[in-house]
Every structure is written in C-alpha cells, then in structure tokens.
Write a protein that binds this ligand. Structure first.
Ligand code: SAM
Length: 228
C-alpha cells in the first residue's frame, strides 16, 4: 500500500469512528428526550393538579422576575412551560408570555392560559429569531437537560434574549440519572442535577449574574444579558 493510501484509509477510519460516536450520542439524546416526554405526557393531569396552586414564595419570585423583565419589554419565553400555570401568572402580571414544551399533553393543558404555545424540544435550536424576548423563564426544566447539553441550551436561551433581557433558571442538586417519582404515579424519568456553582459558572460566561441562591433546595439564578 502506498503511504498516501494508508494516510487516507486511516483518515477515513477516523472519520467513520467520529460519525459513529456522533450517531450513538444522537440516539442517546433521543432516548433521553423520549423517556422524559413520555413520562411528563403520562403524568400531565396529575402534575397539573399537584402544582396548580402557587405558594406565596413562588408568587413573589415571579413578581420579581416580571419587574426585572419590564425594564426592557413585555415579551417572555417560558421554556418547558408544562401545564401553563406560570404562563397564566405572568400574563396576569402584565407580561406577554409564549410557552414552549415538547409534551403535547402538557401543551393541551397549557391552552387554558390563552397564551401562544410552541411545541419544541428545548435541547434543539429554538424556533425564534434572535433577541425576540425580554425574559426567558426556565423553571424546573434544566433538570431535564443532560449536563453535557447545558451549554448548547444556554447559548440558545441567550440568542433569543434581547440585550438587557433577563434569564431565570431553577434547577436541582443531587445525583444525575434515572429516577422514579412516587408522587407522579411512579413516573420514570431522567434527571440531571446541577449545583449553584455549575449554573453560575456557565451563565456568567455570557450574562451578568444578578442573583444566585439556593431557594427551598433549588439552585436558582437570575441573570441579565449584557448590553455589549
Ligand atoms: C418539571 S416540569 C416543569 C413545568 C413548569 N415549568 C413548572 O415549573 O411547573 C418540566 C417540563 O419540561 C418539559 N420538558 C422537559 N424536557 C424538555 C425538552 N427537552 N424540551 C421541551 N420541554 C421539555 C416537560 O415536558 C415538562 O412539562
């Protein structure tokens, strides 16, 4: 075999193994997404009943976010909006929320909020133009984003946020992996866990951190997109 043939063959093998790894990763991503989608869809009604009420501390959190968002505008995106409780709350606070979720059953319930809804997998490019929103609200959805996909998700949230806009993230501490949730009919799902430092570390590369705290066991970060 000529030396050049050998180099080409090695290169092709390398390319093949890279694309094999990529396909494997895409299949894993898809499996993770499908399991979570199926889990939330099957538990949508129960989830709605359990979380319909908004405790005072959560209402204060939402009022605070709405005030910050209003400094640049009224449009906001609720990423992983679930059955739409927060859409209704933000609407009532004078914002113009758009909800997005990949569970059709969750979106069906969210119609009650009368807000625009978009079916989308938030781990993929978001179907919105750059700088579309003054606020991006991601409450309890990050635990459904695998740790190694967080940066990609964050870049998309950043892209759709206008300069000066506000990002809210609440997550979970603990151990990443498969979990069974007894209060949701033993729903089987995957959970990714983030410490406050994980989120602050990622977010602070792109946005200014306004607040970072563990609120009722949930690592929570509020940040503002820089004006440039
Ligand atoms: C724990 S619930 C939170 C719902 C709502 N944000 C709340 O705080 O009540 C997580 C929601 O995120 C949605 N979700 C999870 N992964 C998603 C993904 N990759 N793309 C879109 N929605 C997703 C689920 O379908 C579910 O409705």
């Amino acid at each position: 075999m000529e030396a050049l043939d050998f180099v080409l063959l090695t290169g092709q093998r390398k390319a093949l193994s890279v694309s094999f790894e990529l396909v494997k990763r895409l299949i894993e991503m898809d499996k993770w997404g499908q399991t979570i989608n199926k889990a939330y869809s099957s538990a949508a009604d129960l989830y709605n009943q359990l979380y319909l009420d908004c405790p005072d501390w959560q209402l204060v959190e939402r009022q605070h976010f709405a005030e910050l968002v209003k400094e640049t505008g009224l449009s906001m995106l609720d990423v992983g909006c679930g059955p739409g409780r927060d859409l209704a709350i933000f609407s009532g606070l004078g914002l113009h929320p758009v909800g997005t979720d990949f569970s059709k059953d969750m979106l069906e319930l969210a119609k009650e909020s009368s807000c625009p809804l978009v079916e989308a997998d938030v781990r993929k490019p978001l179907p919105f133009v750059d700088s579309r929103f003054s606020g991006v609200w991601a409450c309890s959805v990050i635990p459904n984003i695998p740790y190694n996909e967080f940066d990609g998700w964050l870049v998309e949230a950043y892209r759709v946020l206008m300069p000066g806009g506000i990002l809210f993230i609440s997550a979970r501490n603990g151990r990443e992996g498969k979990v069974v949730i007894p209060y949701l009919n033993d729903m089987v799902t995957f959970r990714a866990c983030y410490s406050l430092q994980d989120i602050v570390g990622g977010v602070s590369c792109l946005l200014d951190i306004l607040e970072a705290d563990i609120i009722k066991e949930y690592p929570t970060v509020i940040a503002r997109k820089r004006l440039k």
